[in-house]
Every structure is written in C-alpha cells, then in structure tokens.
Design a protein around this ligand. Structure first.
Ligand SMILES: *Cc1c(COP(=O)(O)O)cnc(C)c1O
Length: 433
C-alpha cells in the first residue's frame, strides 16, 4: 500500500499538465479535475476488481467504481470475455440486434415500473428524453425537480442541480436560456409540503415530478420515511407523472432499484451507469401506455445512431447476470455497512462531526453533525476538512470521489481486508486533521 512518504505522482502531473492545454480543465467531465479538493488528479492506467493503478504505478482501493457501473468489480473476467466475443462480430450495427431483446427483457423483469424500455447512450440522454415524454403524455409543460438532484446536463435540469454543478458552486450555467428553465420548478428534497404548494400554485400546469429516489449527487441522502409514498399520492391526485431517475440507484441499491427497495412504483424510470456495465448506456422506460408515445410507435421523437450498441448491450447483460446470483446485494450491504460504520466511528472517536449512512453498495459521509435531509443540510459540511481528508486518503492508497457532494460506491470485488485497510487509513488521516 502507498504511504505518504512514497507517494509519487510525477507522471500523473505531466499528463494532466498536457491535458489542460488540450481539453477544458484537462478533463472530459468536470468533477474528475479535483477542483473542489485541490491538488492534482491522478491519471489512471488500468483497473481490476476493487483496484485502480495510476500511471506512476500507485495502487488504490477504489470507492468510485467509474461512478457506479463497476458494481461487480472493474474488468470482471466474465464481462471482458463476453465483450471479446461480441467484438468479433463488429462494434456497431445501427440496426436491430437480438442482444437488445435480451437486455430489454432483463430490465423489464427487474424494474417494477418498466413494461417497455428504450435504450440510449447516457443518463443525460435518458433524462432529457423522459422529460419530453412526460410533457408529451400529460400535455403540460412544467416539471418539479429537487434541489441538489442531478439529472444530467440538459438545459431544463440545470436548476439547483447536484453533482459537478454543486461541486463547483454554480447556481446554474451560462448558456442556458431562461426559456429553457422557466418550466422547471424546484423544491427541497424530502419536503412534501413544498411539493404540494407547487402543485396548488400551478394548477393543471405540472406534467410530473422527477427525482433521485435516493440522492447520490449531493452526497448520499436517503428519502425520509413516507417521502416517496407521499410523492406517489400527490402526483396521482394532480394527474401528474412520477419519474424515478434511477441512473445511479438502478441495479445498485437493489436489483430492481429504489422502487423495489422502497415498494413505490413510479410511472417512468431512467437508468444508466450499472446497466451499461462500464460501456455507455442509458435507458428510459415505464408504463406501456406512456411508452407507446415514443417514435416510431408514437409521435414523440427520440433517436440515436449508437443506441442499442452491441458491445454496450453485452456488457450490460453480463453485469446484470452477475448481479442475479443469490446473495449479491446482501454482500454489498454487509461490506458497505462495515465501511460506513467504521468511518463514522473513527471520525467521531477522533473528534470530528460527521453524518452519513449507506444503502446496499452506495454510501456517504458528510463533515457536519447533521442530520442531512436535503441539499441545504449537505452544504453545511466542512468542505475544507473534506478536501484534506480526501487528499490524505489518496496518499494512503484510497480513492474516494473527489467531492463532498458525490456518493461513494463499493463493489462485489471489495473484500473485508480492503475495508479494514480503508478504515486504518482513515484513522491516520482523521487523527491528523
Ligand atoms: C450520473 C447521473 C445522470 C447522468 O448520467 P450520464 O451518463 O453522466 O449522462 C443522471 N441522473 C443521475 C441520478 C445520475 O447519477
């Protein structure tokens, strides 16, 4: 394991310096640049199981898992082998393939709300498409989203958004016209009264409510008891749709996602991350009567050159197959509980105010006494302390998401020993803060 004294990142620094002249901020997606935690990002060379190796050959235990998809562990041999076989048949068809049927059947069988599914290439695409579908089906333009929830980077969602938007402290983004967000109403997460107020102030104008059923993009924030049920009732009452953005939680906190875990069935669902098994896939699906509006079955246009890509379908199928083995979610839960409880206990023992939790293989720890029910609560975290914690962990071979406002992820490849090592590293770091 890497220690502070031997931590050498010379090659990472060289490559990242060159990257900054080639790409905005040197990255292809903002949070990767480590801006909110300071210091240089490490540049990856390879991944395997629960581990990452950087270009300087430092090894890390990974709790980002390429932001969720690596739930079976990176580069799982079964996924890699299936990809090799699929590759022999070509990289893209742009035409129907039997592989799409297989993954579609798996998704429909797993996710309670999904009767019909459309594959796209990212979570962003899934969410922008589902929004168009909500409006097309209900015939109203306004939607409700929650502060700190992230639904990809489409214009309509860049209002009080989580993830990188939160990380960088941007209220929204230049280039997003007011007209694109005029119809986006926002409420604090876990606040049913605020949602009711929006519905009564905007009679017959709201197409639906979209949310992360467990928030990961303002850090880990679970729904309060009754919140999801309450949204189901309110949306029914006002003739509006309920949409779960399960891009992160789908196949992550239970095989059937948050809707299975909490027993609340939305009308529509978006998926991404895990269903691509590390390749670019997103999906949206739901009630058959709503999905029948999607072209070419119906008039709502949405398309994609690479959608249903054979390699992406293959990685998704193999990943879901591995997740179907009995005991997988129990294993994720056990290992993640050990990690989260360990971290919280050590933090408290070493005199830090922290608040956190986990569900299955998704976890978080805020540097605030909490409780954290919404984004405003999350923002009370000591970000400076988080940054120093993050750096200390990195130097000890533990790769955490480089932002207080991102959930962490474990995988089936993480061992008890990995967790012990992580907690030992945390003890050192937290004692020194
Ligand atoms: C990651 C994420 C998205 C966006 O997905 P991309 O594949 O990054 O476009 C949307 N919604 C949620 C809840 C996410 O976690």
């Amino acid at each position: 394991m890497v220690t502070t004294t031997s931590f050498n990142t010379t090659k990472s620094e060289e490559i990242f310096a060159a990257a900054q002249k080639l790409m905005p901020g040197g990255v292809s997606s903002p949070v990767r640049a480590f801006k909110s935690v300071g210091g240089q990002p490490i540049v990856f060379d390879r991944v395997q199981g629960a581990y990452i190796w950087d270009v300087d050959d430092n090894k890390y235990i990974d709790y980002v898992g390429t932001w969720g998809p690596a739930i079976c562990g990176h580069a799982h041999p079964d996924v890699i082998q299936a990809l090799h076989q699929a590759l022999e048949k070509g990289t893209s068809f742009g035409a129907p393939s039997a592989l799409e049927n297989i993954l579609a059947e798996m998704v429909i069988e797993a996710v309670p709300s999904i009767e019909i599914v459309r594959f796209v290439n990212s979570g962003t695409e899934a969410c922008m498409s589902v929004l168009r579908l909500m409006r097309a089906f209900i015939g109203r333009d306004k939607i409700i989203k929650f502060e700190g929830c992230y639904h990809g980077h489409a214009d309509m969602f860049l209002v009080k958004a989580g993830s990188g938007v939160a990380t960088l402290g941007l209220p929204d983004s230049p280039g997003v016209p007011k007209s694109a967000t005029n119809n986006t109403l926002t409420a604090p997460y876990n606040d049913l009264e605020a949602v009711k107020a929006l519905f009564s102030e905007n009679p017959d104008q709201i197409a639906g409510v979209i949310l992360e059923p467990v928030v990961g993009n303002s850090g880990f924030i679970p729904p309060d008891a009754g919140f999801l049920e309450g949204l189901r009732e309110i949306t029914h009452e006002y003739g509006a749709l309920l949409v779960f953005d399960e891009v992160m939680t789908g196949f992550r906190i239970a095989y059937g996602g948050a809707q299975e875990r909490f027993g609340v069935t939305p009308d529509l669902t978006t998926l991404g991350k895990v269903i691509g098994g590390g390749l670019p896939v997103g999906a949206y699906g739901g009630r058959g009567d709503i999905m029948s509006l999607v072209a070419p079955a119906g008039p709502m246009y949405q398309a994609g050159t690479l959608s249903g890509n054979p390699l992406a379908m293959t990685a998704g199928m193999k990943t879901l197959e591995l997740l179907q083995k009995s005991g997988t979610y129990e294993q994720l839960d056990r290992i993640t509980k050990k990690l989260t409880e360990g971290l919280l206990n050590i933090a408290k023992e070493t005199g830090h105010e922290v608040y956190g939790g986990q569900i299955s293989g998704m976890f978080g720890m805020f540097f605030t006494a909490g409780p954290v029910h919404n984004y405003d609560d999350a923002k009370k975290s000591d970000l400076n302390k988080f940054a120093r914690f993050h750096r200390g962990m990195l130097e000890r071979g533990i790769y955490l998401a480089p932002s207080q406002f991102e959930a962490g992820f474990t995988s089936l490849a993480h061992t008890e020993e990995d967790i012990d090592q992580t907690i030992a590293a945390a003890k050192e770091v937290l004692s020194s803060l």
